[in-house]
Design a protein around this ligand. Sequence first.
Ligand code: SF4
Length: 165
Amino acid sequence: MAEAKDATAWVPARPTLRRLAEAVQDCRGCELWEDATQAVLSTGTREARLMLVGEQPGDREDREGEPFVGPAGRVLATALETAGIDPGETYLTNAVKHFRFERRGKRRIHEAPELRHLVACHPWLEAELTVVDPDVVVCLGASARGGYDEALAELVSDLRVAASA
Ligand code: SF4
């Protein structure tokens, strides 16, 4: 079988958040699934008006299957509280659904995804955007750098992107 160029073949034709969360576990749209424990889709409901897009799951997220449960999640929780934003009204996801890392002994050290990983994984984010249809999308941290916000704007029309580091 020819190597897939992105996740398109694995994204359900009629997506719901539940279907996406199930289907993403089978994705082979790039090589990052090979070493990860599992794919991590998102947390939040389709009623959320604010979508926050991080870079990728971290070590703890990879093990637990939930986004933003590690150190970055604690920072985000504090930031939301400070900003007066109800976490229950946000949809949290990542641009890349599998954890990319480098092994050093027993440790797994975060390795930033390349733009090709972000592009390969984009069909999942596009499906999430279709289901949730948020008013505002905020790219967090590394996902807001390295040209991803431009790639996102190119790939998704009618989208307002606010970048936050
Ligand atoms: S990182 Fe994204 S495109 Fe790559 S295998 Fe995982 S879900 Fe698929």
